[in-house]
Design a protein around this ligand. Structure first.
Ligand code: SF4
Length: 293
């Protein structure tokens, strides 16, 4: 059965606050995510803040080094169990900011998401981390809870990551792959990486050929300019190519800058601008496109 739509206002403080740090936890943090449609427990696989992209809109402050340099799997597992119990016992529902929402939202773990301060697929033992999360999810009886990977797509062709994706497939997994551009130059402008755009497109297509994926796209203004219309056309062409090559795109999440970024020239689109852009993508691709302003 499809998820019951939940109205979560973007203006709520708990939605604005996507801090990856909660109490004395190191790897696990709770967020209210409109894209997850409720409570998401984040797993930070990059406490060292390492990423192979340097997106102009990234909120991670890399001028301050990370607290720890690698993931302690046992600690991550213990923290995840403790967080699930805290949520279930109503502890999270009583926390400041979270207490603004009804408890049916703050007591229901919609997903456990590999996200955090960098790119999760850069970790050398991604499959082992997925296995650990899947074991906790099973032991806690969270059959409906998704395991989500939020990724820039660059590591989706690694053998260990592919093994991790297969474990996710068996445990209600979902991959959210980033696609912010339609051409190499715009990709370099927004995502500022040495990874080639072609590789990202190939990885997204191959991953989508094996299971339906979600495409997540951040649209913004760079030095006052929104994505040019030719670039938006190219972006729609890339989505159509993924589908034409046999890829399954479950939905597209179109969103914009929500919180302050270290780059002052990266600014958010208005709700109207994002809605207009979303309508174009829908019309040009026929895909389910959701806007999160
Ligand atoms: S991929 Fe994510 S973590 Fe990496 S730079 Fe971009 S927004 Fe930041």
């Amino acid at each position: 059965m499809a998820d019951k739509p939940i109205q979560i206002r973007s203006s709520l403080a708990v939605v604005q606050d996507h801090s990856r740090h909660f109490a004395d936890f190191t790897f696990v943090y709770p967020v209210i995510s409109r894209r997850a449609r409720g409570l998401s427990i984040g797993i930070n696989l990059n406490p060292d803040k390492v990423c192979n992209f340097d997106c102009v809109y990234c909120e991670v402050d890399r001028t301050i080094p990370g607290k720890v340099s690698k993931v302690d799997l046992n600690q991550m597992r213990d923290e995840l169990k403790a967080m699930i119990h805290f949520v279930r016992d109503g502890g999270l529902a009583r926390e400041p900011k979270f207490d603004e929402l009804p408890s049916f939202i703050t007591r229901n773990v919609k997903d456990i998401a590999f996200s955090g301060d960098g790119e999760p697929t850069l970790i050398h033992n991604f499959a082992e981390c997925v296995q650990a999360v899947a074991a906790v999810k099973r032991a806690e009886g969270l059959a409906k809870t998704r395991i989500v990977l939020i990724t820039d797509g660059a590591g989706l062709d690694k053998a260990d990551v592919r093994r991790g994706l297969e474990i996710m497939d068996a445990h209600n997994g979902e991959i959210w792959g980033k696609l912010d551009a339609g051409s190499e130059p715009y990709f370099k402008l927004v995502n500022r990486t040495t990874v080639r755009f072609e590789r990202i497109l190939k990885n997204l297509a191959e991953t989508a050929q094996a299971r339906p994926i979600v495409i997540q796209s951040l649209f913004l203004k760079i030095r006052g300019d929104a994505m040019p219309s030719g670039e938006l056309d190219a972006y729609c062409d890339r989505l159509n190519e993924i589908v034409r090559e046999g890829g399954q795109v479950k939905e597209v999440h179109a969103y914009t800058v929500a919180r302050p970024t270290p780059e002052p020239f990266a600014a958010k689109l208005s709700a109207e601008e994002l809605r207009a852009l979303t309508e174009t993508i829908r019309r040009r691709t026929g895909l389910s496109v959701f806007a999160f302003d």
